[in-house]
Design a protein around this ligand. Structure first.
Ligand code: ATP
Ligand code: LTN
Length: 327
């Protein structure tokens, strides 16, 4: 099965990206044909400082490798090195409708408060994402819950295109993990954890040191009820239990029972230690990869060449069926 996913190099990845998208993708690598993308063209839909963006791209590559993406099995590549993404993105903009893009909640969330002062690219962002996916005949896309609507748009565009121009695209399915698909912000359990959040207290980054992790978990927003229970009315606590489950593999219900009478303070302290222990080996590997920029460059350039071969053939086919060829 062809599986593809992408993460934006907008900052250092956080545990929501890791458990929500990266780890599920890696688990599929064994049997599946995995395409793992650094979506830098998506990252620039909001302002990025060039030197920082460059560092974030290197970091994302190192994080993918450290997390277990095997470049011999998977194709790890950078979106901007494969021109077909921008090209199919344009072609699909002529198929997408204003009304469908106006309904996208990620655009609404990211543009509210900024009014007219957002890039046109932020608005057309989901069409580029559809192009990313459709170029590779992708069947399954592991993503967090926040991307479900973009996947539905991708499916609609593929079906519309196939109806109007003949069978061209595979219609992809999202893979959304119930336990890890929506990790909430530590400082506000009403919203999801996000790399671009204004305060670093929102997230645990993959590179946070032990003390930072302890402080962030200690100050995570919960509630004033006593006892530990799994309850949708207690989203901050439920989020901490979910993270605890993800780092230890212990079922949430068992964790909740164990801390029922021990209280929030103990739960937070033990969760912080479990997170530190989980992230330390990953951080070491990431730092080792970052010391070797030539290796990172080779992996990304080989992967991008392989991706470009498949993607340019698909764009040629799309142009043909749209009538953009002379003969
Ligand atoms: P930004 O804040 O810059 O938009 P982000 O943190 O939302 O970044 P993305 O690069 O947009 O991260 O997402 C990469 C992948 O991680 C996507 O599949 C997305 O659904 C997933 N993801 C993002 N945030 C979370 C989260 N809080 N919980 C689970 N998965 C998440
Ligand atoms: N829009 C996604 C990132 C993304 C992606 C993709 C994910 C861009 N292209 C293709 C899966 C497949 C996000 O914001 N998380």
């Amino acid at each position: 099965m062809r599986v593809l996913t992408g993460i934006q190099p907008t900052n250092i990845l956080h545990i929501g990206n890791y458990f929500g998208a990266l780890k599920p993708a890696i688990e599929l690598q064994r049997e599946d044909d995995l395409f793992m993308m650094i979506v830098d063209l998506h990252a620039i839909t909001v302002p990025q400082k060039p030197e920082q963006l460059q560092k974030n791209i290197a970091f994302a590559t190192a994080a993918y490798l450290a997390a277990g993406i095997d470049p011999k099995k998977a194709t790890l590549f950078q979106q901007s090195r494969v021109p077909a993404h921008a090209e199919l993105g344009w072609l699909l903009q002529t198929v997408a409708r204003m009304g469908e893009l106006e309904r996208m909640t990620q655009f609404k969330d990211k543009s509210t408060a900024k009014g007219q002062n957002v890039s046109v690219g932020l608005f057309t962002y989901p069409v580029l994402m559809a192009a990313d996916i459709l170029l590779y005949d992708t069947q399954a896309v592991p993503v967090g819950e926040d991307q479900k609507q973009h996947l539905e748009l991708t499916r609609d565009l593929a079906e519309r295109f196939n109806r109007d121009f003949g069978q061209t695209f595979v219609v992809p399915k999202p893979i959304i993990n119930i336990a890890s698909g929506r990790i909430l912000a530590l400082d506000n359990p009403d919203i999801k954890m996000s790399k671009s959040a204004p305060s670093p207290k929102n997230y645990i980054s993959l590179m946070d040191d032990a003390d930072t992790i302890r402080k962030k978990i200690k100050s995570a927003v919960t509630d004033s009820e006593s006892g530990i229970s799994i309850d949708d009315a207690r989203p901050g606590l439920k989020n901490l239990l979910a993270i605890f489950h993800l780092v230890t593999d212990e079922p949430m219900s068992e964790i909740a029972t164990r801390y029922e009478n021990k209280g929030m303070k103990n739960l937070k302290e033990d969760l912080a230690e479990a997170l530190v222990a989980h992230l330390e080996p990953l951080q070491k590997k990431i730092n080792d990869y970052l010391k070797n920029p030539d290796e990172l460059e080779k992996v990304v350039s080989d992967g991008s060449l392989k991706a470009a071969e498949i993607a340019s053939a698909k764009v040629a086919r799309v142009k043909e069926v749209m009538g953009l060829r002379l003969a």
